[in-house]
Design a binder for this molecule. Structure first.
Ligand code: NDP
Ligand SMILES: O=C1O[C@H](COP(=O)(O)O)[C@@H](O)[C@H](O)[C@H]1O
Length: 579
């Protein structure tokens, strides 16, 4: 089961509510996985055994600066989550410091701190680890520790907290505040890394996570570079960059150039949290781990593909960001393009970062260009008006707090992509995403061609292989079957695999991606050229729509499936799936 999305930001929750915890999962996988973890060869840093002693917490400090760095291996693993046990089969990261720029922000509170805490609590962060929060506010370490623990207690993303865990986690947290445009704050980050060196076995490994508004990505990257914090002589240094990566092709290229001025591409981890979702990775497992699907995965058998990311949420107080971004930048350029690329790419030579990313780039390059003049025939935009959702009246986009009067920002987009390569010639990919649709559902549906001839009076339908990315994660295959009785009547039936059959809570994508970045595995992070090609695909839409009033806005009511024109995009013989 997936966690409910929190409706309000962590910032606005004044009183820490009792969090909804992920359920504990006892599993028979546990013993097997522990054994496997112990047997693994080439394990650089085995996770602590369940009974390994945890170093005593340091004494209470009079000054934050007098604190000793204590190597902390994380508490023992009780195997509650078999997926975590599976993750343990990989190497554990080397001792490292996670530096979160923007540690006081919404994302850090709701997602990042819970994700790191979960990894640490399950002993996945190696033998020594600490976190330096960085923000513009001045705070002592103690104040930040209180702040972070409050975030953990409040966020619905936080794992079940084991007794005593929070107190031990608290001691891993440090804070530095200041203005990112000067050198001072970076100098103090450098001092933090120096201090951690002894506890970290002489290494100064650091993962810098930029959880700040995009206008600060370059500022912080430059600041780190000025102080030489990108230098890997004494330990690895990596930069994680949040989305959106640029606001158009030109600015994304400029940002890439600026980042590369300081960092080698191998040090850069651009986050797209959809790639961290188990079910998105399962796309590759299903395609390349079975022999029955891939032979059908082409123009000979596939009629079209539908990729849907529907959200029931509206703005959630993010007007400042969303008014500038809109749905094309917020969802289409990144998350949907990644889903498309993984669905349409060729088989990679190996499951490694470059092989997979090479294939994604190849298929993104093969997308038929959409210059401004083609936009009208392949894309539809929408903005929601007032409506009702789950039986309750909800305001339209233009009535949301801090949205400009008469705003032209699109909250819905549907797009037809054509792929000019041998595999997909003539097979359209239909993508749609929007806010305030009737439900939260993300799905990739591969719709197969009808049999060439129908022998049955009831006709024949198209088979559909559907990947439910979220919620109710799973995969289903729809096909026709004879109904019982004397007639040869066919009816559509469904074979359904549900992820909960594994008996475990799915990992937060941020946990997976943070751990991968700590391990230096960039497979699930878009490379420079992927981001560039994804921007190229949507550039025509931005040129045609940005700042141009759409006379018909709002053109769909909140709680409906978007503008009617999106149906016309599919032509007479196809229709959007009813989800
Ligand atoms: N929130 C979310 O759900 C998602 C966010 N993201 C991305 O993550 C990043 C962070 O988002 P989010 O946490 O929502 O952002 P917030 O606005 O909550 O702020 C993030 C941090 O940046 C600091 N900050 C903001 N403006 C400035 C400034 N002008 N100078 C110095 N520091 C500043 C904030 O400090 P202070 O606390 O003092 O304001 C805070 O520490 C963004 O790039 C966003 O696009 C991506 C996906 C989802
Ligand atoms: O990146 C973003 O994603 C969320 C949707 O993510 P999901 O994991 O809940 O599907 C979206 O609401 C947000 O606007 C966007 O910035």
């Amino acid at each position: 089961m997936t966690k409910e999305k929190k409706a309000t930001s962590a910032k606005s929750a004044a009183v820490p509510a009792e969090p909804v915890r992920k359920p504990s999962t006892a599993s028979t996988l546990r013993a097997v996985e522990r054994r496997t973890a112990q047997q693994d060869d080439g394990v650089a840093q085995p996770a602590p055994a369940p009974d390994s002693p945890v170093p005593a917490a340091p004494k209470k400090r009079t000054s934050p600066r007098s604190r000793q760095r204590v190597p902390h291996a994380g508490p023992e693993d009780d195997g509650r989550n078999p997926f975590r046990a599976l993750m343990r089969r990989r190497r554990a990261p080397e001792p490292a410091t996670l530096v979160i720029f923007g540690a006081t922000g919404d994302l850090a509170q709701r997602k990042l701190l819970p994700a790191v805490f979960g990894l640490w609590q399950d002993g996945l962060l190696g033998s020594a680890f600490n976190i330096v929060g960085v923000g513009r506010q001045e705070m002592t370490d103690e104040q930040f520790q209180d702040f972070a623990l409050n975030a953990l207690k409040t966020s619905k993303e936080t794992d079940e907290i084991k007794e005593g865990s929070l107190e031990k986690f608290r001691d891993l947290l440090y804070y530095e505040g200041g203005d990112f445009s000067g050198d001072d704050v970076f100098r103090r980050v450098q001092v933090e890394l120096d201090r951690a060196q002894t506890a970290h076995g002489g290494r100064k490994n650091a993962l810098f996570y930029l959880s700040v508004p995009p206008s600060l990505f370059e500022v912080i990257s430059d600041g780190l570079g000025r102080l030489g914090l990108n230098d890997q002589a004494e330990g690895w240094r990596r930069l994680v960059i949040e989305k959106p990566f640029g606001r158009d092709l030109e600015s994304a290229r400029a940002l890439n150039d600026a980042i590369h001025h300081v960092w080698d591409e191998s040090q850069v981890y651009r986050i797209d949290h959809y790639l961290g979702k188990e079910t998105v990775q399962n796309l590759m497992a299903i395609r390349f781990g079975n022999s029955i699907f891939e032979p059908l995965w082409n123009r000979g058998y596939v009629d079209h593909v539908q990729i849907t990311a529907a959200e029931d949420l509206g703005l959630e107080g993010r007007a400042g960001y969303y008014e500038e971004a809109g749905v094309v930048r917020d969802m289409l350029q990144n998350h949907l393009m990644q889903l498309f690329a993984l669905t349409a790419m060729e088989t990679p030579a190996a499951l490694d970062a470059d092989a997979i990313r090479d294939e994604k780039v190849k298929v993104l390059r093969a997308v038929k260009p959409i210059p401004r003049g083609r936009v009208r025939s392949v894309a539809v935009r929408g903005q929601y008006g007032p409506g009702s959702l789950y039986g309750e009246a909800v305001p339209g986009y233009r009535e949301e707090p801090n949205v400009k009067e008469g705003s032209t920002t699109p909250t819905y987009v549907a797009l037809k992509l054509e792929v000019d390569n041998w595999r997909w010639e003539g097979v359209p990919f239909y993508l749609r995403t929007g806010k305030r649709l009737p439900k939260k559902v993300t799905e990739i549906a591969v719709v197969f061609k009808r049999p060439p001839l129908s022998l049955f009076p009831s006709g024949v339908e198209r088979n559909v292989l559907a990947f439910r990315i979220q919620p109710d994660e799973g995969v289903s295959l729809k096909f026709s079957s004879k109904t019982p009785g004397q007639e040869m009547d066919l009816r559509e039936v469904v074979m359904d695999f549900r992820y909960d059959a594994f008996g475990a809570q799915l990992e937060s994508p941020y946990s997976r991606l943070l751990l991968d970045a700590m391990l230096g595995d960039a497979t699930l992070f878009p490379r420079e050229d992927e981001v560039d090609h994804a921007w190229q695909i949507v550039s025509g839409l931005l040129e045609a729509w940005d700042g141009r009033a759409a006379a018909e806005f709002p053109n769909y009511a909140a709680g409906t499936w978007g503008p009617d024109a999106a149906d016309d995009l599919m032509g007479p013989d196809r229709r959007w799936r009813r989800l």
